[in-house]
Design a binder for this molecule. Sequence first.
Ligand SMILES: Nc1nc2c(ncn2[C@@H]2O[C@H](COP(=O)(O)OP(=O)(O)OP(=O)(O)O)[C@@H](O)[C@H]2O)c(=O)[nH]1
Ligand SMILES: [Mg+2]
Length: 402
Amino acid sequence: MVIKKFQAKTEEEAILLAKNELGKNATVMNIKTVKPKGIQKVFKKASVEVTAAIDEEKDYSNGEEMLLKMQEIQRNIQEAQRMDNEKQQENILVDENTMTIENKLDSLQQMLEKQMQIEEKEDKLEKKEEPLEKNTVKSKSEACIHLVREQLVNNEVEDRYADSILDEIKNTIRKDTEIDQILATIYQKIVLKLGKTNLIENNSGETNYIFFVGPTGVGKTTTIAKIASDLKLRKKAKIALITSDTYRIAAVEQLRTYANILGVPLKVVYSEEEMKNAKDEFAEYDIVLIDTAGRSHKNIEQTEDMERLLNAIPKERRKIYLVLSATTKYKDLVKITETYSKIAKYNLIFTKLDETCCIGNILNIKMLTGAALSYSTSGQMVPDDIEAINPQKIAKQLLGGQ
Ligand SMILES: Nc1nc2c(ncn2[C@@H]2O[C@H](COP(=O)(O)OP(=O)(O)OP(=O)(O)O)[C@@H](O)[C@H]2O)c(=O)[nH]1
Ligand SMILES: [Mg+2]
């Protein structure tokens, strides 16, 4: 138990001071008004003294409490990262020397050190004579790694990927490695695993043909509309649309509506041959976005159709974006990505982030396929609900930040 006194002008301020120092679980034991004495009476007003206490053992031995603390730290990292991002917008990989992250992890370190002290005290009470330094240091870093693993798995990062990341960093941890350093290393490792994004840019000088493929109903057409409007309105690119989704009249109409609103041409193609013609027709455009029908990865005939359609455009001129819903089960995502990996090299778009609590699949699928990440969408609204995936933001969220 720690008991401390805090003085401030008002009761509220004094309680705030107490909670800031002792944590939100601090209990107020006593409140009294302190009147200045002697000559002080002339200059000073009365202040309020709050006596507060915290039961350290209860507080810090609780795993949930630590996770909460970690979340708080991650919010700080977010703020630090936001400031970093503004400075180095294009540079997605984390700078090994970024000290801000480490600095912001101070509180977790302090907390774990307190836990360590408690363990030491307990051990002394049990009259253990052996020096405990080695064990407790080990348990400090182990506790940290254990918490991080729990956090990742809670976010639906698959056990194997969580373990592989943590195994890689374990080699770099010495017995004297500080907690903030361990956390920063894990964070950086995740950012590096997520890799560099591959966005749709208007800078090659030649026409780029961009295919959007993926299972039914994941949001391919909606995502095309979002990207088309960004390219046309903000990046001032000359764009055209093609759809090969001729299975449903509604599908063509859906894209035609967006094409009309944006004032861009739309071509409907029924075959590989027509795709080749459309390619030539749009040769003067910067970017051609191509919608495809949602395919079941289980249907071999459909995947062969898809392959022929993609091959109507030479490899060096085309880019493929596999659209996946973040709400799809990991096991199904594995099957889907396996099917598309056989057809062509692709980049990854994740939709419907607004419909799931856990974004572990982004890391899982990235690590499984090695494909570059690109965009994420989190809502039905065109054009706003889309953003470039930010590996730093994802890493932070995976570690419990907002
Ligand atoms: N909540 C949410 N809904 C989305 C998102 N993106 C798309 N949708 C919705 O998902 C539904 C299907 O979207 P589409 O764009 O038609 O999906 P698709 O992949 O083109 O579907 P098919 O052409 O039938 O294969 C629509 O109701 C969209 O509004 C998203 O990020 N979040
Ligand atoms: Mg569609």
